[in-house]
Design a protein around this ligand. Structure first.
Ligand code: SF4
Length: 427
């Protein structure tokens, strides 16, 4: 009989680092990994963005990492070299996001290094199975280590059919240019390509507070009170999909990973252990809004017309994500935005609108256009940062992310990060 992949789910009512340490230490023992934890240890969390006001929940919490590091070191000073490596969202300086996430406090307690991947020494790896990427460049510490730990945040994401867990975490291995390349209808294949480099030895997931229902950066947190542990990222993500009442077969990056032989797609091939059942968790997540709609179904007064291709991971998904920032952080404006009509993709038919915005390099209207104002934002896809800025400049709509402090982070501190890389010869 084929051996089942194991996923452990444990209750963790709050972010007490002591409890988290105990749970993860037990998990490491149960997976028979305790003796392998030595040498160069790399931890990859999710810090796509952190901000005390507008992105307070969508990242792996510092207290969780505190407990995780204690579990890896047994709370002692070991000779192991522990690095926390991450690349935050496109155009965001990771060092600043680490600061907003409270990670510098971890340095006071543990002998660790915080490593923004863009500022690291790099390694380029050729991929054998890649369909979008034939090679990727990331931090040496991701490629060359003795023990690789993934510490994702369990959250919903409209760019990846509702789920962001262990496999999706790999997008944060890439530098901005490579990250945005084929971040369109090919996103799911791209994510799976990265498993060849980003394949963890152990996964411990922060689902004490999950994050759902809106924009992947700004959505609100809600208590779930669990930690998931696994060694197979696909088995782990399949269980996460069921926690969100999603069918793993309909989550493209999971089904592609299964087809490429990375693991099971069915719960029949997964053994779930722990002190809480999947059914008990599903009771808690029943009726959870994951925000999974097509962008033209968004219930706000910007009208969106969609054309081909529909890029869930590209312009269509990113514009929905942009709209959700209002739902999350400026809910009054969500229903009261100026009446723009937005066209994304290649649309066949006439369009009549007072104000018209076309998003995406490939997007165009094959028909008659009547509009008082016409604007276009290019990119395949444009980044969140570009959409926030250009929407303001071209339409006057002020996205919740458009603030003085976020602007300083996204431009001044990005420049500071670039300077550090220049001085260290790591451009
Ligand atoms: S430019 Fe076209 S192909 Fe590229 S992400 Fe946008 S809609 Fe998709």
């Amino acid at each position: 009989m084929r051996k089942k992949e194991k996923v452990i789910i444990r209750k963790a009512h709050d972010y007490s680092p002591e409890i988290i340490k105990e749970i993860i230490q037990q998990g490491l023992e149960d997976f028979g990994l305790s003796s392998q934890i030595k040498g160069r240890i790399t931890i990859k969390p999710n810090v796509v963005m952190a901000h005390p006001k507008i992105a307070p929940s969508a990242f792996t919490r510092a207290e969780f990492l505190d407990g995780l590091i204690d579990a890896l070191t047994d709370g002692k000073n070991t000779s192991s070299k522990i690095v926390i490596a991450e690349k935050s969202g496109a155009g965001l300086p990771t060092a600043r996001m680490f600061r907003h996430a409270g990670y510098p406090t971890l340095k006071k307690k543990h002998r660790i290094k915080l490593l923004p991947i863009e500022e690291s020494r790099k390694a380029t790896v050729s991929l054998q199975k890649g369909e979008v990427h034939t090679k990727i460049t990331t931090a040496r510490e991701i490629v060359d280590n003795d023990f690789l730990v993934y510490a994702p945040k369990l959250k919903s994401n409209v760019l990846s059919q509702g789920l962001s867990a262990a496999i999706k975490l790999n997008v944060g291995l890439l530098l901005d240019k490579e990250r945005l390349w084929n971040h369109n209808h090919n996103l799911d294949k791209k994510i799976v390509d990265l498993l060849e480099v980003g394949y963890p030895d152990f996964i411990a997931t922060d689902a004490v507070e999950i994050c759902t229902g809106g924009n992947q950066l700004t959505q609100h947190g809600r208590h779930l009170g669990i930690i998931l542990m696994a060694t197979n990222p696909l088995a782990h993500d399949v269980v996460c999909a069921h926690i969100f009442h999603l069918d793993p077969k309909k989550i493209q990056h999971l089904s592609i990973a299964h087809d490429r032989g990375y693991g099971p797609l069915s719960l029949d091939d997964i053994e779930i252990e722990g002190d809480i059942t999947l059914e008990e968790i599903q009771q808690k997540t029943k009726g959870l809004d994951l925000g999974m709609i097509r962008v033209d179904e968004a219930d706000c007064n910007i009208r969106t017309i969609i054309g081909e291709p529909y890029c869930t991971g590209g312009c269509h998904g990113i514009f929905l994500d942009w709209l959700y920032m209002f739902k999350d952080r400026k809910p009054k404006l969500w229903k009261n935005m100026p009446d723009w009509t937005v066209v994304i993709g290649q649309h066949s038919g006439d369009v009549s609108a007072s104000r018209l915005m076309v998003i995406g390099t490939c997007s165009k209207i094959n028909g008659k256009v009547e509009a008082r104002k016409r604007r276009k934002i290019r990119g395949c896809p444009p980044t969140h940062k570009k959409l926030v800025l250009l929407f303001f400049l071209k339409t006057g709509i002020l996205n919740p992310l458009f603030r003085l402090d976020t602007t300083i982070d996204a431009y001044f501190f990005l420049f500071v990060s670039w300077l550090r890389r220049l001085v260290k010869g790591r451009l």
